[in-house]
Design a protein. Structure first.
Length: 309
């Protein structure tokens, strides 16, 4: 149970989200590395809450397996607890289910459920997004938790070993690079929402920049991205070359270095960036809102082509 009144809300709207970690779990299984996968689980849920400006209140987890192995389960739960601390929410319960014959030996599946609250008048996105508004990008930690079916296929075709040296991070194994946990943007974004004049946020997950940004825009508006203005981590350059995906398909599949997008009016961009950076984010102006021309794509990423070279 959770007491909204004691949490200080006067006219709250509850916001809920549920998600999993996808096939990133298979890398954790294959390498017996479970310490951070719980952080991913929390991140995928709470980052979806803050796009409505909702403060995460509590989280529940569901772990299902054929036969419970206590050691990896404890590591997963420790990661979930860590993720909840990063998000400032309470881990109030969960379920562990044993279902013999349902999963391969040693395998498990995860799901997470998060509930947040926001005052009705503060809900996002706002309806006053307009041409020339600025798009701020918050750097990702890498792949986060999307696109791993393709990642695993490419690694298999390349004959790489998860325990071998990463082809894009020399000081790490391939597994360590790929299992870098999803960044949790809750505290920095909530602080910026309270401090600045934020109009909308978009969590860049499945569908990448191409599909997630239009969801928060009026139909007549699109976005021009200044793709050379942000750092594209080496993993994406490696993936682009190994997969032979076009830049547009890369931006439809992966976050390409941007895990969260914030839209503000031009005069609020500077203060918002300052606030984000004070809270530890690598944040830059990466684009602007534009009016969609006939037959033109709503999301213009033409500059992104050079970023994968």
């Amino acid at each position: 149970m959770f007491d909204l009144k004691k949490a200080g809300y006067k006219d709250p709207i509850l916001v809920s989200a549920t998600d999993g970690v996808g096939t990133k779990l298979l890398i954790a299984h294959e390498t017996n590395t479970h310490a951070t996968i719980g952080i991913d689980l929390v991140a995928m849920c709470v980052n979806d809450l803050i796009v409505q400006a909702a403060e995460p209140l509590f989280f529940l987890d569901y772990l299902a397996t054929g036969k419970l192995n206590p050691e990896p389960a404890e590591q997963v739960l420790e990661g979930i607890a860590d993720g909840c601390r990063q998000a400032g929410c309470a881990l109030i319960g969960g379920e562990t289910a044993e279902m013999p014959g349902m999963y391969l030996p040693g395998h498990y599946d995860l799901a997470g459920f998060a509930v947040g609250a926001v005052e009705r008048k503060a809900l996002l996105p706002r309806d006053d997004i307009q041409v020339n508004d600025m798009i701020l990008g918050l750097a990702s930690n890498g792949l986060h938790s999307n696109g791993f079916s393709l990642v695993r296929k490419i690694i298999l075709e390349a004959g790489l070993e998860f325990n071998g040296t990463s082809p894009f991070e020399e000081k790490q194994s391939l597994a360590e690079s790929l299992l870098t946990p999803t960044r949790i943007y809750v505290k920095s974004c909530l602080s910026t929402i309270k401090f600045g004049d934020v109009k909308a946020l978009a969590h860049i997950t499945g569908g990448g920049i191409i599909e997630n940004v239009p969801r928060i825009l009026p139909k007549e508006l699109g976005a021009n991205f200044f793709s050379k203005s942000w750092y594209v981590p080496p993993v994406f350059k490696w993936m682009a070359n190994a997969s032979r995906l076009s830049p547009r398909e890369m931006a439809r599949t992966f976050n390409c270095g941007i895990g969260m997008i914030i839209i503000v009016s031009p005069d609020k961009a500077g203060p918002a960036l300052d606030c984000l950076r004070e809270h530890g984010e690598t944040a830059t102006i990466i684009g602007e809102i534009c009016r969609v021309q006939k037959s033109a794509p709503r999301i213009n990423i033409s500059e992104l082509e050079d970023a994968f070279i």
